[in-house]
Write a protein that binds this ligand. Sequence first.
Ligand code: NAD
Length: 498
Amino acid sequence: MTALSTTLSDRLQDPRLFRQYAYINARWTHAENGREEAVTDPATGEVLGHIPVLEDAQVTAAVDAADDAFAGWRALRADERSEILQAWYALLQEHSEDLATIMTLEQGKSIGDSRGEVQYGASFIRWFAEEGKRTYGDTIPSHMPDAALGSLKEPVGIAALITPWNFPLAMITRKAAAALAAGCPIVIKPSNETPFTALALAELGERAGIPAGVLNVVLGEPPAVSKILCAEPRIRALSFTGSTRVGELLMEQSASTVKRLSMELGGNAPFIVGPDMDPKEAAEAAVAAKYQTSGQDCLAANRILVHESIHDAFVDAFRESMSAQTVGNGLTDGVDLGPLIHDKAVEKAQSIVDDAVSAGATLHESTQTPVAGENFFMPVLLTGITRDMKVWREESFAPVAGVLPYSNDDEAIELANDTEYGLASYVYTHDMRRIWKLMRGLEFGLVSVNSVKMTGAPVPFGGVKESGLGREGGSTGIEEYLETKFFCLGGMASASGS
Ligand code: NAD
């Protein structure tokens, strides 16, 4: 195994948070065949460290460990599991600056965004530490004279968690905390672009007292590792966050073992601006909703629909606000937008712009000097777009915004719903009747009215249509990891009476 990278560990107050191994049965494990893969800083191209490319048998060994640990973990009282989760939460707080540094180095986002993600991600651990104590069953009024009926909630079993690179910490904790609180051991497969945040979380989990085998992190070639997890009959729940393309593949691969599936997939969010809005206020909100995490956000406002009466004023204000966004290395103070994750993301962004411009759209560029570096992409706006362009049809996952005028509310709803995705949507208007009509008409799992921020631990987060299945967070998030067991106690005299 390669020696610890000095560049990353030297930047941490606690260098032991930087781990270049998989984590199986509480052991830091390298690949048996010695294979490894480099992880780079998207801002500089510098190699931050290496991760093992595990053999198939090593992935299965993580499932064996989880299987062995299941009985002990589920046997703990809910308040005992809660205490361990609370300790994990406290350690995330104690090491929040190191976690933010690791995240910015491997993902590229601004250090301010990374600090925000540590708080957001940690909040799910605190939330589910409490929710785990309230997994109530039911008593059921009996339809039989001598039987008592009811239901219990029980952990579903081992859960596999497959997560993306755009939110390297929160997409893990949103799943892991719910599964652990429910009594399920977990096998995490983070993205190869951002493994070090996941491994730091495992290190802190061990310090918090999560027993051996209850939390495992596996790494390798994503298709190979995911295939093993999907086909493994002992894994009873699969929770995936990522693209719709890969989500569909994992659903197919899981069919033979009939797993519980949670799918948090792609989005193509509409941002509707009503005629009553101040164009500047709406444009500033749209810029924030579009360019957060450099547009690499499933909630990013991709398709901005502006009432025709304020379209031109909105576009002027948007260009001004877009040009105020500072692009650069996420570790530099004052930077709003970091680099894109890799060169393929830059190519995709450019292809979306080229496709629109070649079909007649107008390109508006930031007035700031472009930042040097192959993964940097300056924010742009496209106007005069049409519904057959890629900027309309595809999730750009880049700082590319498209604006289209509309003339009435029915048209806005029809345009907004013209996508196979159904995750987030935004509505900006102060007209109550319009708010209600749009909220009801939008085919999206999340509708945010007059607010860019909408997510958090209490929120039932998830999409409809091809944006996914199930909800994470809120009071329903833990249900993804629980089975309902019905019981009938026969021979109970007077069981049906009240
Ligand atoms: P991705 O689908 O490429 O990868 C997600 C995970 O799947 C990673 O762990 C990756 O290693 C693995 N993977 C990749 N290819 C695979 C394959 N062929 N077989 C099996 N596993 C494979 O997604 P990404 O690029 O990491 O993330 C961006 C996507 O995630 C966007 O579409 C975004 O909208 C979505 N996302 C959704 C949410 C949500 O809550 N709905 C949140 C964040 C991101």
